[in-house]
Design a protein around this ligand. Structure first.
Ligand code: WT7
Length: 663
């Protein structure tokens, strides 16, 4: 290391606060600190700022209808169409030749869609969906990897008022079936396969297996031919149609965008909760789209002239809000990458930043920690000087990773926004504004203007700065979920019951609980401490421990299982499974493999256990409840918490010894 570098390292070690450069501030979309007051004084009308970023076909009557909390409605009576906001208006405003999507396949092939190209494709596919029988309000499931047909299909659905439900391509056949069943979805768009680290994966095989598990009729399945000659030679079945053939049939057709009510559903997104059943989070057209556009403008600082890249997968909410809806609503160029960051080499992302001269880059802490491990030589070999702003999302970012990102990717010139939010919030909630705020590595920042968040104790009383407590949100916001699909009761019990007076119809008595622990400092900066429910965060992906446990218990030879998250250097958390075998399976050498496969098949590779520990018993309280906290301590090699309330305290040391023996 050069001497200068050592000095810098030392300085960075000490530096706890960073300021955006004057150059960044001078060009930022939002740079006047009075915006916080302005939003507070003018609440909820302040949210018109967000709605004004869209084109409305019919004016709304009211910004917020809070007469029936927690069933809030935003921009009531307003009419709009999301696809026309993300596509048509840019074509009409003279930007038809601007690039909307730059797509990069894993093998290096590229595709570029201007707004005019996107307009044409979205219209043709909207016509194709209609011809397949899709009507307004029918839920269309999209089980697709990172190929351009995915955002095209999303926007085509939005055009005809059919909510989409995107199922992450890495999820299993079973997960697809569960989601199609829950949403009563009779239409599926999928593809033959895609590439991962150079290998072609057979996706249609998985999709077909999932379709076998759908317990109602499926009208139509559209299949994109992604692999061409590398494909697996599947024959399409009776109700299956080739994407390109349909597009040819509807060549040049136009479909008028359906006028949707602001509160009409734009999409469903399933996410993990405490129980085994995934939750169908419902997002709306007016509130969600306004919020995605506003946060893209204010936090990501997106301008139409930018080349913007979010490296998430569209199968998660981050991709919905910040690859597709937010950036396209603002008319910018959004980059999509199909593959993994280390293929063919560990500089793939930086090569891509250089190649497209990316201005704004948004990724997850887990990726940054992997880059740190691979070393600075990869970013240093590329010209990253086009970057102006960096962002992170999905899990807490440790200050070391923050500083590495700041130095080696941002060249100390780019502000970093550490954005806390959730599938349910639709968009960012807690982060600094890059043109205003001091940044403190490790702390996400204050709530956004107009967002009212507090850190409270179990009684709902605000805790002192520095003390750990629970994060709550005390006022509604436009991007919020409206309910869980066809399950208003679960919506209330999952998010509101904890801190609200549920008998009251006064919105002030209703408090949203995101199930995160957090603390706040004297300046109002919030540090997120992680989930307080039985949800673990693996590489920024949310997994329910119950879902994993039920996949494990389904494996022959397993009697009982408990899953917890253990610290992991790269992934943040990793899945630790403690398993009791059935009699006769104690010495079964293959059982570990079968358990891992069981999780793979039940949920997907992201949920594969890092460790499977066989044990004759699980630590239980006298009332029979599994003490997960102790299992977490064991996973993390931490000093064990209090074991005195256990029925079987001796078992913990036994388990601990086994975990040690494995590591
Ligand atoms: C959970 C939500 C938001 C899109 C990606 C994940 C954790 C999210 C941060 C952050 C610390 C974070 C929380 C949250 N989380 N962002 N910047 N700092 N934690 O969406 O799958 O709905 O998960 O991710 O625990 O509750 P999700």
């Amino acid at each position: 290391m050069a001497d200068g570098d050592i000095e810098l390292e030392a300085r960075l070690e000490e530096q706890a606060e960073f300021e955006p450069s004057a150059e960044f501030v001078a060009q930022a979309n939002v740079s006047d600190p009075s915006i916080y007051e302005e939003f507070e004084e003018n609440w909820p009308e302040c949210w018109e700022r967000a709605a004004d970023l869209l084109d409305w076909d019919g004016d709304y009557d009211e910004v917020l209808d809070d007469s029936n909390p927690p069933f809030y409605e935003w921009f009531t009576g307003g009419k709009l169409n999301a696809s026309s906001n993300c596509v048509d208006r840019h074509v009409e405003n003279g930007d038809k030749n601007r690039v909307a999507i730059k797509w990069e396949g894993e093998l290096g092939e590229t595709r570029t869609y201007t707004y005019q190209d996107l307009y044409r494709e979205v219209n043709e596919f909207a016509a194709a969906l209609r011809a397949q029988g899709v009507e307004e309000d029918d839920v269309v499931t999209l089980y697709m990897p990172m190929i351009p047909e995915l955002p095209i299909a999303m926007l085509a659905c939005a055009r005809i008022g059919a909510p989409h439900s995107v199922v992450f391509a890495g999820f299993s056949a079973e997960a697809l079936a569960t989601r199609m069943n829950s949403a009563d979805s009779r239409y599926l768009v999928t593809c033959d396969g895609y590439y991962r680290r150079g290998d072609a994966l057979d996706h249609l095989d998985k999709a077909n297996e999932g379709l076998d598990g759908v317990d109602h009729g499926v009208e139509s399945v559209v299949v994109v031919d992604r692999l061409g000659d590398d494909g697996f030679g599947h024959d399409l079945k009776g109700n299956q149609h080739d994407w390109s053939a349909l597009m040819d049939e509807h060549d040049g057709e136009r479909v008028a965008p359906v006028e949707r009510d602001a509160e009409d559903m734009l999409f469903l997104m399933y996410t993990s909760g405490t129980t085994g059943q995934p939750k169908g989070v419902k997002h709306t057209t007016g509130g969600y789209l306004s919020y995605a556009a506003w946060t893209s403008h204010a936090v990501l600082d997106i301008e139409p002239e930018d080349t913007y890249w979010c490296s998430a997968d569209i199968g998660w909410i981050t991709g919905h809000s910040y690859i597709v809806y937010g950036p396209l609503a603002l008319g910018t160029t959004t980059v999509m990458y199909e593959g993994t960051p280390d293929y063919p080499t560990c500089d793939r992302l930086w090569e891509t930043v250089e190649k497209y001269a990316v201005d704004i880059f948004y990724t997850a802490p887990t990726a940054i920690r992997a880059f740190m491990k691979w070393g600075k030589k990869f970013p240093e070999s590329r010209d990253l000087s086009s970057l102006r702003l960096l962002g992170t999302v999905g899990e807490p970012i440790n200050p070391r990773a923050w500083k590495w990102y700041h130095k080696y990717i941002g060249n100390e010139d780019c502000p970093i926004v550490d954005t806390w939010w959730q599938t349910e919030t639709g968009g960012m909630m807690i982060t600094t504004l890059p043109g205003i705020g001091t940044m403190k590595p490790g702390a996400a920042g204050p709530p956004l203007p107009g967002v009212d968040a507090q850190i409270v104790d179990t009684n709902g009383e605000e805790v002192q700065p520095g003390r750990a407590g629970y994060l709550t949100v005390n006022k509604p916001w436009p991007g919020m979920l409206r309910t869980l699909y066809k399950n208003d009761e679960r919506y209330i019990s999952e998010y509101w019951r904890e801190y609200s007076d549920t008998d009251s119809d006064d919105p002030d008595d209703w408090v949203y609980f995101p199930e995160d622990g957090a603390k706040i400092d004297e300046d109002g900066y919030i540090t997120i401490l992680g989930r307080v429910d039985d949800v673990i965060n693996v590489s920024g992906h949310r997994l329910g421990t119950m879902e994993i446990e039920s996949a494990i218990v389904g494996v022959e030879g397993v009697a009982e299982a408990a899953v917890v998250g253990g610290d992991h250097e790269i992934k943040g958390e990793a899945v630790y499974a403690y398993v009791i075998t059935e009699d006769g399976y104690e010495g079964d050498e293959d059982l570990r493999e079968r358990i891992i496969e069981g999780v793979n098949d039940g949920i997907g590779p992201i949920a594969r256990p890092e460790k499977v520990v066989f044990t004759p018993e699980l630590p239980k309280t006298r009332s029979g409840k599994i003490m997960r906290r102790l299992l977490e301590d064991v996973a993390n090699g931490d000093e064990l918490g209090n074991t005195s309330t256990l029925r079987n305290p001796e078992i913990v040391e036994e388990i601990e010894a086994k975990v040690h023996a494995q590591s």
